[in-house]
Write a protein that binds this ligand. Structure first.
Ligand code: GLY
Length: 428
């Protein structure tokens, strides 16, 4: 199969790494890819949001399948453009992509289709939004409506912080993405990331993980796109997974099809496991980043047939995926200043070495000079991943690799996995 993979982050590097292992693959082209992904195929300098150019590239290489990584490509209508040319696409059309690109849409969708989620109100002016805080209790959850790379969510401990977040979003910090804000009731419980595939009709559960969203150890600091993940997550008991499937996954796929946009791709259900069962925190219309990294490390099955089956309406013929009993961990190394203002350009040494059994390094935001020097080129820069029979061993392997990388311009959390490893980390 000839595959065009859209994206350039750690999630897409993990997808490229896994797709490249498929015996079905004959050619892998990536738009635009990154220096790490270049080891698995050809990188072409096409922007992920340039839907006509992506579709043209797919046609040029006679792609059998286009795989969309990031939400920005979904929102830009890449699937619409690709399928209009008769090419199979893993990733939903832009209409279905509203499940991520508008939090207000998703809250209304939950109301229309009976999905459990927290109480909410939507505002496009600061005054009424601040007044509405009277109807919520701290901590206040303030979300920019649109896509903000994981940085549009503020959990405010007090009213002053919530009012600042409202002014910040409506004042233009996130551009058009912050033209509306959603106030939400804070949900008590433990948060988790669950994944499900759909081909427009049939759905298939596709594993779970837990992410650490805060920038610093001990769940401190600003929200980020995610600083580290592990899988399996003990949170996901069989009983919880069955509830997630019944109350969130199936109604979501049925609802979006009923609204005229059958879903083809992966749905990322970010949920709170509350005393009343799972409640939706938010949907994402793509694999999580860095959740995808640990799922790819644990997936024993060939990924490519699942992606193609989603795109071609053949998921009912696919067996349940096989997952390794091993644990996997991903630790994000970010540039100093992330998430507010990451400092790019610093030199990274030692990221290309062989770190030993079970360790894989994915590039998330790097660039390589003509002389081979690797530099930071984004906020989240490297994903140090490891797989081992236990999570403790996987963690030790990942942190040993991190300690062997020479990058004074970056940082990472030292407590990834603490929920599943009570004795781990310096902060607990
Ligand atoms: N790790 C969270 C996300 O991908 O949105």
């Amino acid at each position: 199969m000839k595959v065009l993979l859209v994206g350039s982050g750690g999630r897409e590097h993990a997808l490229a790494w896994k797709i490249a292992q498929s015996p079905l693959l004959t050619r892998l082209v990536m738009a635009p890819g990154n220096p790490g992904m270049a080891a698995h195929g050809e990188c072409r300098p096409v922007a992920v949001t340039d839907a006509p150019a992506i579709a043209a590239l797919a046609e040029e290489i006679a792609a059998d399948l286009v795989v969309i990584g990031p939400e920005s490509a979904v929102a830009a209508g890449v699937a619409d453009a690709v399928t209009a040319r008769g090419i199979a696409c893993f990733g939903p059309v832009a209409q279905a992509g509203q499940l991520e690109s508008s939090k207000a849409f998703t809250k209304g969708f939950c109301d229309r289709h009976g999905l459990p989620t927290g109480a909410y109100e939507v505002f496009d002016e600061a005054g009424p939004a601040k007044a509405a805080l009277d109807r919520f209790t701290p901590p206040y959850v303030v979300k920019a409506d649109g896509l903000a790379a994981g940085k549009g969510v503020v959990i405010a401990q007090d009213r002053a912080e919530a009012e600042f977040a409202i002014d910040d979003a409506l004042g233009g910090r996130f551009g058009a993405a912050g033209a509306r804000v959603v106030l939400e009731a804070f949900l008590e419980g433990e948060i988790g990331s669950w994944f499900a595939l759909c081909d427009g009709q049939t759905s298939l559960l596709f594993g779970g993980a837990q992410d650490h969203k805060r920038a610093f150890d001990g769940e401190q600091g600003p929200n980020t796109g995610g600083m580290g993940t592990y899988s399996p997550a003990p949170l996901f008991t069989d009983a919880l997974v069955a509830q997630v499937d019944e109350r969130l996954v199936r109604p979501a796929f049925a609802g979006i099809a009923e609204e005229g946009a059958p879903y083809r791709g992966v749905l990322f259900v970010e949920l709170m496991a509350t005393r009343d069962g799972p409640k939706l925190v938010e949907f994402n219309v793509r694999f999580g980043d860095p959740e995808c990294q640990v799922l790819m490390l644990r997936l024993e099955s060939d990924l490519l047939p699942y992606l193609a089956a989603c795109a071609e309406g053949r998921l009912a013929q696919m067996p349940a995926p096989v997952w390794s009993g091993d644990a996997a961990i991903c630790v994000v190394m970010a540039a100093d200043g992330y998430p507010e203002s990451p400092v790019t350009g610093s030199v990274i040494r030692g990221a290309d070495q062989d770190f030993g059994e079970g360790v894989v390094v994915f590039h998330a935001g790097t660039r390589r000079d003509a002389d081979g020097t690797l530099r930071a080129a984004g906020g989240r820069v490297l994903n140090i991943c490891a797989r081992a029979p236990t999570l403790a061993e996987a963690r030790d392997r990942a942190y040993a690799a991190i300690d062997a990388i020479d990058w004074p311009g970056g940082f990472c959390r030292r407590d990834i996995g603490w929920r599943a490893l009570p004795a781990a980390g310096s902060c607990r």
